[in-house]
Write a protein that binds this ligand. Structure first.
Ligand code: GNR
Ligand code: NI
Length: 168
């Protein structure tokens, strides 16, 4: 197991569209375990492979209160079950320190492969539905800051660029 480095906005690698996973083998399962370890270490409720610079359609989540319910989604697809949007203050491990309100559908049906390579379908609502959509956006090269005003996005970009220069 290993903790991986998480890319930060505005790193252009976060804009990569991830490719479908071809086979769920031991190497992929090892990556899944590293993603989970990295997510728990960073204190996030989700993590997409894109964020650790691996451009495969794979994400992990744990929205449980005790953080003891890891979920794995390989090649996830979702459909919206209820077009009504709900607003939520979203954050992102790749946009550290910033939270902005985003509107998304509140109920979705997700199909994916699990860690064992078996297909499953489930319905999600609440925070899990928000998080899954946020993670699938990462796999498509999208970030929650794409939904806010260009002025706010530019302000966040400048501050994170400055913080990254200081750390470098
Ligand atoms: O830890 C996270 N919290 C969060 C809060 C509201 C909406 C989405 C998220 S996902 C985020 C972890 C992350 O960046 N996943 O890509
Ligand atoms: Ni994120």
């Amino acid at each position: 197991m290993a903790i991986m480095d998480i890319l930060s906005f505005p790193d252009p690698r976060l804009r990569t569209r991830a490719a479908p996973v071809e086979s769920v083998d031991d190497a992929l399962r090892s990556l899944v375990d590293d993603l989970l370890e990295t997510m728990y270490d960073a204190g996030g409720i989700g993590l997409a492979a894109t964020q650790v610079n691996v451009h495969k359609r794979l994400l992990v989540m744990d929205t449980s209160p005790d953080r003891d319910r890891p979920r794995v989604y390989i090649n996830p697809e979702f459909e919206v079950l209820d077009p009504e949007l709900g607003e939520y203050d979203e954050g992102c491990l790749s946009v550290p320190g910033y939270y902005e309100t985003v509107n998304r559908p509140q109920r979705i049906r997700v199909s994916a492969l699990g860690r064992d390579g078996e297909a499953f379908t489930e319905e999600l609502d609440g925070l899990a539905a928000i998080c899954l959509q946020h993670e699938v956006d990462h796999l498509d090269g999208k970030l929650f800051v794409d939904y806010i005003s260009p002025l706010k996005r530019q302000r966040i970009r400048r501050k994170l660029e400055k913080a990254q220069r200081v750390r470098a």
